[in-house]
Ligand binder design. Structure first.
Ligand SMILES: NC(=O)c1ccc[n+]([C@@H]2O[C@H](COP(=O)([O-])OP(=O)(O)OC[C@H]3O[C@@H](n4cnc5c(N)ncnc54)[C@H](OP(=O)(O)O)[C@@H]3O)[C@@H](O)[C@H]2O)c1
Length: 305
């Protein structure tokens, strides 16, 4: 009897491969044995990140994101394009659209856009600038002859260790607006990357995949922070959600920083979307890939301490 042929490993094109999330997705794709073509900008092709990708056995391809022809060449023969690009409209809408056009032109069947966020699909326009860009790209990809899958993971849990002004280690306070009982979705960047890699290699993914390493309320965070630190944390309610909206307007006026991807007022918009429940993930697809590990808030806060 003839031997059955060894299945060819899937080829994944990875945009934003030199970024924090992109590097982790690259690692997990390699763990699955995928062939990974990592797209890098000319100016980043000799960076430490690009070098690390080469050492991991990825094919590093220099591309000009302004050239659909260049991108089409890079997409030839791929099974899926995964984007982990980060930026404002010129990146999330414009560069990703050129990458989408290239994927379609090259006949790539699937595309995972750089969403990796709370559930922006039901949010009103203008409530979060970065989510507006994602919805604009969503309209384009939903018109394109390609199978799109967005990964929605809530807030990166890693941010609770410092960057997000929620769990304050110094004064031992958990800061919030509105209700302390609103459930909130958190997933570490690493767990999001592992899930994205599994989804990239799964030809049957639906339009959206929603995940959360842990769903907690502010009151839960107070308890978890207290356990992790071994010292009591108190709740600090700054005000209502309406008050937070007012703070966003003032911060935006005083510190517009419009060219920054994550200025303080954008982080505040993110918190408003989560604390209002409008960006809550309605259901979770964690179990789709059973072998994945889900990091808990306690582990992240323990490390922060
Ligand atoms: N849910 C959350 O809480 C949360 C938090 C943070 C980020 N995110 C999302 O996660 C995704 C990845 O973010 P990250 O933190 O990994 O970003 P990052 O570390 O800043 O990496 C961004 C990547 O995009 C590339 N890039 C930036 N501008 C570009 C341009 N004009 N043309 C082509 N490539 C460009 C960078 O390439 P170079 O190396 O060449 O600069 C890099 O590879 C984004 O969608 C981001 O919004 C989610």
């Amino acid at each position: 009897m003839a031997n059955s042929p060894t299945p060819t490993p899937a080829t994944i094109v990875l945009a934003g491969s030199t970024g924090a999330l992109g590097l982790l997705i690259a690692y997990h794709l390699r763990q699955h044995g995928a062939t990974v073509r990592a797209l890098v900008r000319l100016e980043s092709s000799h960076s430490a990140e690009a070098e690390s990708l080469r050492l991991q056995g990825l094919e590093v391809v220099e591309v000009d994101y302004h050239s659909v022809a260049d991108l089409t060449k890079a997409c030839q023969g791929a099974d899926c394009v995964v984007s982990a690009l980060s930026g404002l409209r010129p990146v999330i809408v414009e560069a990703q659209s050129r990458l989408l056009d290239a994927a379609v032109a090259a006949g790539v069947p699937r595309f995972i856009p750089s969403d990796y966020s709370a559930d922006f699909t039901r949010l009103p326009e203008g409530s979060n600038r970065n989510f507006d860009f994602r919805r604009e790209f969503q309209e384009r990809i939903d018109q394109a002859p390609i199978q799109a899958t967005s990964i929605l993971n809530g807030m990166f849990m890693d941010l609770l260790a410092g960057q997000a002004p929620v769990v304050l280690q110094g004064p031992r306070r958990v800061v919030y607006w509105g209700s302390a009982d609103q459930p909130l979705d958190f997933t570490t960047m690493r767990d999001t990357a592992a899930y994205t890699a599994a989804a990239a290699l799964d030809p049957t993914t639906p339009r959206y995949l929603r995940i959360a390493g842990e769903v907690t309320t502010i009151r839960d965070l107070q308890r978890i922070a207290t356990e992790a630190a071994g010292q009591p944390f108190k709740l600090f309610r700054v005000g209502s959600l309406g008050f937070l909206k007012g703070m966003i307007t003032v911060t935006k006026t005083l510190m517009p920083a419009k060219d920054e991807v994550f200025p303080p007022w954008q982080g505040m918009q993110y918190l408003h979307n989560m604390l209002s429940g409008q960006a809550k993930l309605p259901s979770l697809d964690n179990d789709r890939y059973p072998n994945l590990h889900w990091t808990k808030v306690r582990e992240v806060l323990k490390k922060a301490k």
